[in-house]
Design a protein around this ligand. Sequence first.
Ligand code: GLN
Length: 488
Amino acid sequence: MSDLTKLTLAGALDGMAKGEFSSVELTQAHIEACTAGKKLNAFITDTHDLAREQAAASDARRAKGEAGLLEGAPLGVKDLFCTEGVRTTACSKILGEFTPPYESSVTANMKADGMVMLGKLNLDEFAMGSSNETSAYGPVINPWRKGTDLVPGGSSGGSASAVAADMCLGATATDTGGSIRQPASFTGTVGIKPTYGRCSRWGTVAFASSLDQAGPIAKTVEDAAILLESMAGYDPKDSTSLNADVPRWRDSVGQSVKGLRIGIPKEYTIDGMPAEIQSLWDQGVEWMKEAGAEIVPITLPHTKYALPAYYIVAPAEASSNLARYDGMRYGLRVDGDNLDDTYEKTRAAGFGAEVQRRIMIGTYVLSAGYYDAYYLRAQKVRTRIVEDFKTAWESCDAILTPTCPSAAFPVGRKVNDPITMYLNDIFTVTTNLAGLPGISVPAGLDKDGLPLGLQIIGRALDEDTVFKAAGALEKAAGFTAKPETWWI
Ligand code: GLN
């Protein structure tokens, strides 16, 4: 395999700028890696011919001195982002061969910046899951291995697996309750969920609209900063889009954390968490101290209610968003005896088991008689979580926690036990409920040699500090481990 796939995004952009290689060469190397990596099932749609055309066009632009932020970089796109003229499935049978006539705002931004798109990446159906096993296109396999096939995490499992296996220089992902950060933690990659509203949701298939945020999965913190700079920005087509400046976040990476106050929430120590995750977290505290940060114990008292509240709010919004898949306008249709029968047959055939479970929970908690007991209560909990963070920001500038309570687990292990599966999100859902930015940085390996991530949470719109702290963590951890390339 060509060495060009071992580059970081920053390294590749630099190499092209210096004329060391072209986008066509870089893209070809990644196409070969994608073809060799088929076993991982990370890409469900290949757009290699399109990628070659985009790479040639990119080289031509560069020759004219018109290089954009991502000029000529071969990247992957989670199949939740609508791509004009390229099938977009959300990894659900219900979307069938749906080929959007429009482009999502996030991918449009990236295209305008010179992205080369290698293809569309596998995910849990409608981004509902933590292991990529609910995809209608089969599970994604984690390049990291321990005798048996492991999940890459979810829902952005295809994105994480493809980046970890050097099939692309970076990928788009989305995070409703942890779907960027948990797969990043499971695959030794970096993933950031920015502040809610940073990236436009326009043209991204909706799961739970008040929680959904796009963000990148990348090889390094600097790469994540470059990708997010391209993806983010105000979009009048999304009413929740924030009209805020998009800084050059990569300048924050490498800045000193001297004097930065890092909060350590006591509620993130939970029963049953492996000792090595606790000790990695302790190690993270030491690293931040050595880098000059001040460590502050904090309390986020409503943390234990976050997961139950999330698993009410997210299904409630999902049940409403997914009402549009009725077999009438696009996607799958299974004809029945009458209109209602057609709806029922289409939705029974088109949605997988996990999505059906969410729709049932969602309609139940929104129904008359249960609305106050469940949905309204969950919304009140959400307000408490927001307030917990507000209070915490009085004494700290960023928060350090583990990303997940476990490392990657074997394919099939948790798939029939939704509650255990939902526990994966225990440290990540809080930031979605509060709309805050959170990043996962690979920080170490467990006793089986599998990657573990640490999470930095920041104030709303303060990705600067998040990148600064994440850069310091990355530097101290010095995580350079790569999976053995058994899949080639
Ligand atoms: N694992 C969580 C869920 O299943 C989060 C998914 C996500 O962030 N899209 O809902």
